[in-house]
Write a protein that binds this ligand. Structure first.
Ligand code: LLP
Length: 432
């Protein structure tokens, strides 16, 4: 069974290795906290997605981790890039991504962002609302550009995941709500906009979803909608993007569906629905973020303090925290944690791993079993931190943000340099 650790992780002489490199050496050389990305793992997941979804455009949802080097790898592996802001789009430009393989998302894209997308000839815009349709038409007239768009639909599917990462249910800020008739209204409205060419539909129902049922339901609803539009408006759209959201294993308690099964289930569901409605098979797209990048990466932290509270618990403070991984504090997320820099035969004890920020919610993992002889100076590795950690990082308490390195077959390539105190104050404007 797949573990929460990256593909090439191993133990050599009692020290964890990734890409053939000792994490103790990596920590000594590059400092901590440190994101270590296993390049083989990352490329393997890109390939597995492409194999599981043959003839489907797989877009990497770059919000999961948007860094130039990672987008270069995703593009090299044949993935499209999904961006959700001008900054993410600029990163795709920086990575030399072919703009016709970029999809632009967002529930409130600004005029400037849409102009940037037009200037760059971004491949697809996932339109989120009526105000955006008007904005696109205006910009299109101004620049003499016609946008190829997908209408983002809120399909009324509740994916039963964390409230903050559900997007398919009706009460959502995203998309045209199907049950309220907004999807039809948007389609009809677009037909009168010469600079907005609706070529398909999009629906993303949420994130960290474990079963295949919500994805199957999404596929059925969306093909049904395309068939309905054909009947009602006499338009046969040729593209359908079913979003991302496939869950991954953060700890041994998580049991996600293998990508191959997920692909089979979704493709079969689309085919069935197309047969049922006698609708021509659209060109499909999916846009995984977490499942591409999260499992490739571990965060290395150095233990600074072990505080034993008899009868209560033992706190272990590390040198990062909620500024480099907000997920435990924000979603109650759990990541596997291990002692990484040495072996220990000590009996396991429960420890609560916390960060160094000035608040009690600054948690890495509550009550995790680790060897009882944990001491300051030890290295801890936290699993599956490639998604929504660096991308949601902050400078809270003015901590410089960590570095990230890519490792493969004994070689290290830097992805992000560590921030300095000079960086931390760089945007401050001292009063004259
Ligand atoms: N497509 C759209 C339109 C999205 O909004 C998202 C994620 C994705 C694709 C990719 O979903 P994924 O495959 O990564 O699940 N910060 C949260 C997750 C937020 C997801 C936002 N949208 C977390 O750390 O769990």
């Amino acid at each position: 069974m797949e573990t929460p650790w990256p593909l090439t992780s191993a133990d050599v002489d009692d020290v964890m290795t990734i890409g053939g490199l000792s994490v103790a050496d990596l920590a000594n050389e590059h400092g901590t906290p440190l994101w270590v990305v296993d390049e083989s793992d990352l490329r393997d997941r890109c390939k597995r997605y492409r194999t599981a979804f043959p003839d489907v455009d797989v877009a990497y949802a770059s919000k999961a981790w948007c860094v130039t080097g990672l987008l270069q790898i995703a593009a090299e592996e044949g993935l499209w890039i999904d961006v959700a802001s001008g900054g993410e789009l600029q990163t795709a430009v920086n990575a030399g991504v072919s703009m016709d393989r970029v999809v632009f998302h967002g529930n409130n894209k600004s005029e400037d962002e849409l102009r940037m997308a037009a200037d760059l000839r971004v491949g697809r815009i996932a339109v989120d609302g009526f105000a955006e349709l008007d904005r696109l038409e205006r910009i299109g007239i101004d620049l003499g550009h016609t946008f190829a768009v997908w209408l983002r639909i809120t399909p009324g599917i509740d994916a039963h995941t964390h409230e903050y990462v559900r997007t398919g249910h009706d009460d959502s800020k995203f998309g045209f709500t199907l049950s309220l008739g907004f999807a039809d209204e948007a389609m009809e409205y677009s037909l009168d906009l010469p600079h907005v060419d609706v070529v398909g539909a999009h629906a993303h129902i949420g994130s960290q979803i474990f079963g295949t049922d919500p994805f199957i339901a999404n596929a059925e609803v969306m093909v049904g909608l395309l068939a309905h539009w054909r009947a009602r408006f006499d338009v046969t759209l040729t593209e359908l993007n079913l979003g991302g959201g496939m869950g991954i294993r953060y700890t041994h308690e998580d049991h996600p569906v293998a990508v191959a099964r997920y692909g089979e289930a979704v493709l079969a569901a689309v085919q069935r629905a197309c047969d049922e409605y006698k609708f021509p098979m659209p060109r499909l797209a999916v846009e995984p973020g977490r499942a591409i990048v999260a499992p490739s990466t571990v965060t290395l932290y150095r233990v600074g303090v072990v505080k034993r509270l008899p009868g209560l618990r033992t706190y272990v403070s590390v040198d990062g925290g909620m500024s480099d991984n907000i997920r435990p504090a924000l979603y109650g997320a759990e990541h596997e944690v291990r002692l990484a820099g040495r072996a220990s035969t000590a009996a396991l004890e429960p420890f609560t791993i916390v960060g160094k920020h000035c608040e009690s919610g600054d948690l890495i993992r509550e009550r995790v079993s680790l060897p009882g002889d944990l001491v300051p100076g030890d290295l801890l590795a936290v699993a599956a931190t490639g998604a929504y950690t660096e991308s949601m990082a902050s400078n809270y308490n003015r901590l410089p943000r960590p570095a990230a390195v890519l490792v493969k077959a004994g070689e290290v390539r830097p992805l992000i340099r560590r921030e300095t105190y000079a960086d931390v104050v760089a945007r401050d404007i001292p009063l004259a």
